[in-house]
Structures are given as structure tokens and as C-alpha cells.
Design a protein around this ligand. Structure first.
Ligand code: DGJ
Length: 697
């Protein structure tokens, strides 16, 4: 609910209050547990200290326009032909109910020196305790260059200390949870690689250092943006903490001509009064209801990558498909290697015609075979990149990012296409349209991207600094067009694993590939980090052979591999054509089991019971939306002789309800399961269990 009392705006959600004082700027007075916002009129004071600290209230400014009297990170900085002065004057506000879940508050400002308008937009999702924010810059006057363009700033209440939790990563090691305690100064997480990650993810949570999974106040935020971004946490000497996020200033500027406008990426903020577990559950349901393109059960897929790498041939794929169907796979996906002269990562990328040697009768033969086995068909593409050794590059060397007359950097033997160029965008849309219309039985596309952006130039220095932004815009536009043209196709976002996971691209993606690291144990770390901010529905996890990237690894038992992969969208990536009937039967059994429980995994409520980062016991619980089914995945890593495992204390149950543990006689009350817990009976190294409970009454 959005209410106004004199100059105070009170944004109330089910459990939180967000109070803004409006004068010529918007000052955050409060964000936290629910209060009577109108009381805060007594707290509005002018604070200054000296000519150096002329307006301390600006430290809590909701959107700081550069050159007002504060030197913290600003949200908007401009450059006119003859001035950089920006004097934004508050004009008006509006409040509207957009739908049953969301109300919108818009503040409008105008530059007193020009016809430049800024709308600051707050969308309040009451039931989710979340507020999404963005800014729209509208230019009705002379041309202006934007040099700094952020989505929002947000301030925290004063706490004794501030702990930031955030995800860091690298290829094959994404989504690792980190803690950082703020000291006076600035701390930033960011991407400068033209992609979302993998080094940091645009998501964070803050608390006073004592919140845990079940208790304590947590403030959190996510930026939905798939190009260069930055989130800066500033703690001032007055102990104000301000978090500013949006497009990175790095190598950025944007020309806004008369009549044009630009909208920033959306930054969503939320509050949890009951620790990190509640934060994640709020986020998961918000994403499912308001970000992801549709609500649909994820299919059990097979992916060819780890089995055949680039050697994707009709016969070997048929063999894999036969086995995949036998074990209950629903979607058979061929990965890299089916097109052009793509026999390795050195050639062929960009040549999106079917390789005749590998598929003499075209793709149709395999697709028909897969369909005849009762499975759906999916395919891999990497449309944003090109190998120098490709027909596409030979025909259009000017389509890639490069500085004039200079050789661009290569990684994985590829360059990146300037997809903001009209002809490149058209090329991608044409070949994808051709592929998906000729083969209407393709119902899944894995869209990969294996090189960070470098040499981001179109040879025109005036436009170069817009390209990072335009790349993401073009990407979103292409995905939106394809989704609209091919509504029966699911899209998976992948960037060498999890380098492109954010709420921007996830508006168009049905699922994502979180990491190329498919080792079931290492995945527990990655999946746990992921689960803090993103819903399990979209987290694809394959059961593979012993990790193909680290060959000397100890082979995890199949049960352990399946349990680890069943915690998200289950896939199989192992070379199943080599497996004995006995192993295949085991796979079949697990896939059947997964199908029984997937609704609860993909759309249930997730509770992290014990973390692999802190304990030899790792356990995650999922409760179905109707509270009838409870699943617990429990893993024991190293066995220590004689060391007893702690009981597994469940969460989120009805204390008075009775629950029946599958395969056992005993019925236990929710209170017992939560306070005394279950014995896990895990023994030996890399043991795991899936415990299933049903609520009886
Ligand atoms: C990187 C992806 O993460 C892998 O799953 C696979 O698709 C390869 N690219 C193919 O080149």
C-alpha cells in the first residue's frame, strides 16, 4: 500500500515499511519492519556540519543527481554542450494500482536549466515485501550525454555493523557465498565484461552480522541487468549506509537526443524479518510470479555435451537418444557441434547450417527419431559469437566489435558480434527463425555465450561507449521477439555456465545453466549460493560421469549425483551409451522418483537446513505449496570414525500436524521434527539420502 502524509510517502508491504520524505529531493527516512510511517515527520531535520558537509541528509538521497552538495555515488550525471549543471526540481507524484499484486508510485523531476525530465518509479509488491525501482530519463530539450545512469539508491537503518553477503565466482566455480563487513568507505561488486558474471552476481543481502537462516532482519536487492553493472555500498562517517546500483559508469556514456528517453535496468529490493531463509523464499515466489516468463514444470532433459563434445553425429546421438528414452528422459538436447565446420572450438561458429557429414539427411532424421521415442527435441546455439575461421566472419569481418584497424582479442578462438547492428540482429533473428520454423519440433533452445566482451567498438568513438548498453538491449529484444514468434519453445540461458544469470535475462529464460562444473559435491556449494537469490525451478543440474573437467576426482556414487541434481531441474549429461543395463535401470528409478517430486522441488518452499560450507552435513528441505509434501536432501561428505551426525532439524512445518516418514511406521509431529529432528543414518564418504514425509493431518 502506498500512502502519503504531508511530505511523507509510506510504502507498506505485508511485513515492512519504507518511508521517504519529499522535499526538493527524496530522503529515505526508514526501511525495515512495519511502523506507523506518519510518526517519522518528527524525525525530519536539517543536518549539516560545515561547509564541507553542507547537507548530511543527502547521504540518504534516493536518487542523487550529480552536483548537489554530496560527494557520494551519484545516480545521474549529464554533459550538455556548454554545461554539466543539473538542477533537478521536484514536480509531482502519482500513485496507481497496476494489478492485484502491485502498486506504482512515480516521482517526477525536471531540470531547471533544460527540458530534461526524470521519473523515479517504485513498484510495490505488497505480499512479497518487495519494491522494484527504476528511473526513466526523458529528454524534450537539447541533446545531452548521460555519463552516469543508475537505477536507484537505497539506505539502511543504522546498525551496529553491516555484513554484506554476495556471490563471487569464476568459470566452473560460480555462485560462491561471501561475507564482507563494511567499514567507512566504499565497497563495490560489478561486471565490466559486457555480461552479468561470473565474477560477481548482481545480488546482495545485508544484516547486522547476527542474522542466520531463521532469524534476524535482512535487507536485500537484485539488479536485473546482463551487461556492465555496479552495486556500490558506501558507509559514511555519519554511519549512513547507502547502496547504489545500476549500469556501470565504466566506459559508459549515452547520447539522448531531443524526444528520446531511456529507462534504467530494474533493481528490486526486499526485506526479511526472519533471516536468510525467508529472504530466499520471498525471492523465489516473487521470481516465479513476476519475473519468469511462465509457470511450467521443467522437463527432465538429456544433454549431449559431456558425452560427445563437438562430435555430434546422427548415429551417436541416436544411440544416446535410445538410452535416454529408456531411462525416462523427456527432452533430448544436442549441444555444440551440429553445424558448419564445427569440429572443435576453433572453427565454424557463426555458420548456422547443418553439417552434412554429421547429419547427411539433415536434422529432421534425428528429430523424428527422438520424437518417435516419445521425447521432445532441443538444440544448442551461440548466436552472439563467431570464429575467425568461419564463412560468416570471412563474409562480414566488420560485424564484430573491434577498434578501427586493430586486431581484436580472441578467447576460445572467437570474437563477439556487434548484435546492436541492424544487419547482425536481423541475421540472428533470420537464422533462428529459419531453424525453429523448419523444425517445429524443436521445443528447447540452449543459448550459450562463451566469451566476455572485449574491443567493444564499432570504429566510431562517439558511439562506442553506448555499445555495452546496446548489446544487452539487443539481446533482450532478440529473445523477446523469438519468444513471441515461438511460444512453444523453452529457452535456457547459458554463458559458459553461469556467467549470465540475473533478473534481466530471466524475464525471457525458462531456465539457466548455473555452471560447467557438474561434480555433484562441488555443485552443492554452487547450488547453495544460487538458492539464496534464485529459484530452484530455473537451476538445471545434470548427472554426469566423474567430472569431465577434473579427471582425477573421486567418483561420487550415483545416488549422491542424483540427489545433488534433483535439487533443481534434473538433467542427464553422462555418456549413457556406455552404461550397463543395470546402471541404466538405476538411472530410470531415480528419474521416475524425480518426476514424482519435481513439482515440490521446482515450485515448493526451500529451507537450507545445514550448509556444506560449515558442516560435513549438507541438507536442504522443500515443502510443497499446499504444505502436504516434505522432501529433505541430506548429504554427508567425509566420514569421521566414531563421529555422530547431528539430528536433522526440519523447518517450516505445522508444529501440531502429524507427518509420516516414507518407508517407516512412525508418525511424528511437526514440533518434534523441528525441535528434536530426524536421525539421518548417513554413513561413509559421500553418502546421501532423500527423505520424504507426508502430512497426515
Ligand atoms: C559452454 C557450456 O556451458 C557447455 O554446457 C557447452 O554448451 C559448451 N559451452 C559448448 O561449447
Amino acid at each position: 500500500m502506498i500512502t502519503k502524509h504531508n511530505d511523507l510517502f509510506h510504502l507498506t508491504t505485508r511485513n515492512s515499511s519504507y518511508v521517504i520524505h519529499q522535499s526538493n529531493f527524496l530522503q529515505n527516512l526508514y526501511w525495515g519492519g512495519k511502523i506507523h510511517g506518519e510518526d517519522l515527520s518528527y524525525f525530519v531535520k536539517q543536518r549539516s556540519h560545515s561547509s564541507f558537509d553542507a547537507n548530511i541528509n543527502l547521504e540518504r538521497d534516493e536518487y542523487h543527481f550529480w552536483n548537489s552538495y554530496s560527494y557520494l555515488e551519484s545516480c545521474l550525471k549529464v554533459n550538455y554542450a556548454d554545461t554539466r549543471k543539473l538542477d533537478m526540481v521536484y514536480l509531482e507524484h502519482s500513485i496507481e494500482t497496476v494489478n492485484k499484486d502491485m502498486e506504482r508510485l512515480t516521482f517526477r523531476f525536471k531540470n531547471s536549466y533544460s527540458d530534461l525530465y526524470v521519473n523515479l518509479i517504485y513498484e510495490v509488491y505488497e505480499e512479497y515485501d518487495m519494491i522494484s525501482r527504476r528511473a526513466e530519463i526523458q529528454n524534450e530539450g537539447e541533446e545531452v550525454i548521460l555519463e552516469n545512469l543508475r537505477s536507484a539508491s537505497v539506505s539502511l537503518p543504522k546498525l551496529d555493523q553491516y555484513r554484506v553477503k554476495y556471490l563471487t565466482g569464476k568459470w566452473a566455480g560460480e555462485s560462491q557465498m561471501n561475507d564482507h563487513y563494511l567499514t567507512t568507505g566504499a565497497f563495490a561488486i560489478q561486471s565490466r565484461s559486457g555480461n552479468t558474471g561470473p565474477h560477481y552476481n548482481p545480488s546482495f543481502a545485508l544484516d547486522n552480522g547476527s542474522a542466520d537462516e531463521t532469524s534476524g532482519e535482512v535487507w536485500f536487492g537484485l539488479l536485473g541487468y546482463s551487461s556492465n553493472w555496479q552495486i556500490i555500498f558506501e558507509k559514511t562517517i555519519y554511519n549512513n549506509v547507502k547502496i547504489t546500483g545500476g549500469i556501470s559508469n565504466f566506459d559508459f556514456s549515452y547520447r539522448l537526443r531531443k524526444g528520446e528517453s531511456i529507462s534504467t535496468p530494474v533493481m528490486t529490493f526486499g526485506y526479511s524479518s526472519a533471516g536468510y531463509g525467508q529472504m530466499s523464499r520471498k525471492l523465489h515466489s516473487f521470481e516465479v510470479d513476476h519475473i519468469f516468463p511462465r509457470r511450467k514444470l521443467g522437463r527432465v532433459l538429456y544433454n549431449s555435451w559431456e558425452a560427445t563434445l563437438f562430435d555430434v553425429r546422427v548415429d551417436s546421438q541416436k544411440e544416446l537418444a535410445k538410452r535416454a528414452a529408456q531411462i525416462g528422459v523427456e527432452l533430448f538436447v544436442i549441444d555444440d557441434g551440429w553445424f558448419g565446420q564445427r569440429h572443435s572450438d576453433r572453427a565454424g561458429l557463426g555458420d548456422w547450417y547443418v553439417n552434412k557429414e554429421k547429419f547427411p539427411k539433415g536434422l529432421g532424421e534425428l528429430i523424428d527419431y527422438v520424437k518417435s521415442l516419445g521425447m521432445d527435441f532441443g538444440i544448442w546455439v551461440e548466436p552472439e559469437a563467431v570464429n575467425p575461421d568461419s564463412d560468416l566472419y570471412r563474409a562480414h569481418p566488420d560485424w564484430i566489435y573491434r577498434f578501427k584497424d586493430q586486431e581484436p582479442l580472441q578467447a576460445r578462438n572467437q570474437y563477439t558480434l556487434n548484435i546492436s547492428k541492424k544487419e547482425v540482429k536481423e541475421f540472428i533473428l533470420e537464422f533462428m527463425t529459419d531453424l525453429l520454423s523448419k523444425h517445429q519440433d524443436i521445443t528447447f533452445v540452449k543459448w550459450d555465450m562463451n566469451k566476455s566482451l572485449t574491443d567493444v567498438s564499432c570504429g566510431d568513438t562517439a558511439q562506442d561507449k553506448e555499445l555495452w548498453y546496446k548489446h544487452a538491449e539487443a539481446l533482450y529484444e532478440i529473445w523477446a521477439t523469438l519468444r513471441q514468434k515461438f511460444p512453444h519453445v523453452d529457452f535456457e540461458v547459458c554463458s559458459g555456465g553461469g556467467a549470465r544469470i540475473d533478473l534481466g535475462i530471466l524475464q525471457y529464460a525458462d531456465q539457466c545453466w548455473p555452471s560447467d562444473n557438474t561434480d555433484a559435491y562441488e555443485r552443492l556449494f554452487i547450488q547453495e549460493g544460487f538458492s539464496y537469490f534464485y529459484a530452484p525451478r530455473i537451476m538445471t543440474a545434470w548427472v554426469t560421469d566423474a567430472s569431465s573437467h577434473t579427471p582425477n576426482k573421486y567418483e561420487r556414487p550415483y545416488s549422491y549425483r542424483f540427489h545433488s541434481s534433483m535439487m533443481g531441474g534434473l538433467g542427464i549429461g553422462a555418456n549413457i551409451s556406455k552404461f550397463s543395463d543395470e546402471v541404466l535401470a538405476e538411472f530410470k528409478k531415480y528419474i521416475e522418483l524425480y518426476k514424482e517430486i519435481r513439482e515440490t522441488v521446482q515450485y515448493g518452499k526451500l529451507y537450507r537446513l545445514s550448509s556444506v560450507r560449515e558442516s560435513t552435513l549438507h541438507a536442504v528441505e522443500y515443502i510443497s505449496q499446499d504444505d502436504q509434501d516434505v522432501l529433505v536432501f541430506a548429504f554427508r561428505q567425509g566420514y569421521q570414525f566414531g563421529k555422530e551426525m547431528p539430528n536433522l532439524k526440519l523447518q517450516g512445518l505445522d508444529p501440531e500436524a502429524l507427518y509420516q516418514l516414507e518407508g517407516e511406521e512412525k508418525q511424528l509431529h511437526g514440533s518434534t521434527l523441528m525441535r528434536v529432528g530426524l536421525e539421518t543414518d548417513l554413513s561413509g564418504d559421500f553418502d546421501s539420502r532423500l527423505l520424504r514425509l507426508k502430512r497426515i493431518h
